[in-house]
Design a protein around this ligand. Structure first.
Ligand SMILES: [Zn+2]
Length: 420
């Protein structure tokens, strides 16, 4: 009896040691690559925070990352095969067991790049993430947006084309930005979420980020066909753009209107209908608006933002000067759009609601966020996937924008929202 007790104790001790080891061992859980013209992101997701060393080397340009206490496994082995041949920034990725407890990842670059490496704490649906962002040295996100503007312009004014092309090389020149505004109304279209942030996911597996981008592209092509108007996509692929960067981009291209496209989910599947939101400077106009704003503002946490990507708050004086007037205009714009949207879908709320949406904070651009429909509602998920519904919806948004612009001759003639 006494002896048997000792043996049991021995086995329990062995089990505890094994369990303890398994617990402390870190493992790669998943790896992902998000390519775009703007930057390419690599994400290495692990059970525990990754202990790592980094080297950025030249001739040839490459980034070396040593993952400590990590044994090579399937999740990290699949990283090189995820690389697309036409990735704008990465030439090749190599992964190898460097020493017994170090796995080395070598990223060969296509050219010079700014490298940002940072860690993210777990947030649903992710565990710990190590993020490697590679920004091409001679490319800037505004230059990409300006190219979108040039496409239409070049067909309109061939004589000015040469100047504009020169300025695209150096887009920070103010003279270019002044020129943009002379002949057209610029609509910034912001497809919500992207990359690491899928947004809502429908029961049928539909990802909000994909629907948002499809709708945004359709809206852009409608607007671009209209003379005197031009649309720019704040993101045009499956990659993440931080919320503050979306606002910054819209301001740098001097957009007259900012439209953020979403299709969210709600806990109750019966909830359906379109709704439109504007910024609130005080509090939310309803508990629902507050909930939606909180959810949308989480995008930065899920999508992944480095500390230095968090834009400093806009100068207080600038905010004081113009935000109230802009919010009034945003509500007007929202109401015009809502009036047209209700002809193609039922409304969840009959008027524009307000809450503290980070993406609607441009102090000088009327900005609205459209929740096109609910992915959590089976009928609306089906609608959102349908080309016919998307087309009708986009046409109604377009008509709403035009109807708003008719009440704003100052924008239409001067191309500036500053004159009120
Ligand atoms: Zn959303």
């Amino acid at each position: 009896m006494y002896k048997r007790f000792n043996i049991s104790l021995f086995f329990i001790l062995i089990l505890l040691i094994i369990a303890g080891n398994a617990y402390s061992k870190n493992d790669i859980h998943a790896t992902r690559i998000w390519p775009s013209q703007e930057y390419t992101r690599i994400t290495i997701e692990s059970i525990a925070p990754l202990n790592n060393d980094q080297m950025i080397l030249k001739n040839p340009e490459r980034v070396v990352i040593d993952l400590k206490d990590i044994a090579i496994n399937e999740a990290i082995k699949t990283l090189p095969s995820q690389l697309l041949e036409n990735d704008p920034n990465i030439k090749k990725i190599r992964v190898a067991q460097f020493t017994t407890n170090v796995t080395r990842v070598v990223i060969d670059l296509k050219g010079q790049a700014r490298v940002k490496i940072f860690s993210l704490k777990p947030i649903k649906p992710y565990k710990n993430r190590l993020v490697i962002d590679l920004y091409p040295e001679n490319q800037d996100s505004i230059a990409i947006l300006l190219k979108q503007l040039e496409e239409k312009r070049s067909s309109v004014k061939s004589d000015t084309k040469k100047n504009i092309s020169n300025e695209i090389i150096n887009p920070k020149k103010d003279v270019f930005k002044e020129k943009i505004k002379t002949d057209q109304i610029i609509v910034a279209i912001d497809a919500g979420h992207g990359g690491e942030d899928p947004g809502a996911i429908g029961k049928g597996g539909t990802r909000e980020k994909d629907i948002n981008l499809q709708i945004s592209k359709k809206l852009k092509s409608l607007i671009d066909k209209e003379s005197g108007m031009k649309a720019v996509l704040i993101r045009d692929g499956d990659y993440f753009v931080p919320l503050a960067a979306r606002v910054k981009k819209a301001r740098e291209i001097k957009a007259n209107i900012f439209i953020s496209i979403h299709a969210d989910a709600f806990t109750r599947r019966s909830v359906r209908g379109s709704s439109i939101f504007a910024l609130s400077e005080k509090g939310a106009t309803s508990a629902f608006a507050k909930l939606i704003a909180n959810k949308e503002n989480e995008s930065d946490l899920i999508g992944g933002v480095s500390i230095d990507d968090k834009e400093p708050l806009l100068a207080k004086t600038l905010l004081d000067l113009s935000q109230s007037a802009t919010v009034d205009d945003s509500i007007k714009l929202g109401n015009h759009v809502l009036k047209k949207v209700k002809r193609v879908n039922r409304l969840h709320k009959k008027h524009v609601e307000q809450a503290g949406f980070a993406v609607l904070k441009a102090p000088d651009i009327p900005s609205i966020l459209i929740e096109t429909a609910f992915l959590s509602n089976p009928t609306e998920e089906k609608n959102l996937r349908s080309q016919a519904f998307q087309n009708k919806l986009v046409m109604s948004i377009f008509k709403g924008i035009k109807s708003y612009l008719k009440t704003k001759p100052s924008i239409a003639s001067s191309g500036s929202t500053q004159i009120k």
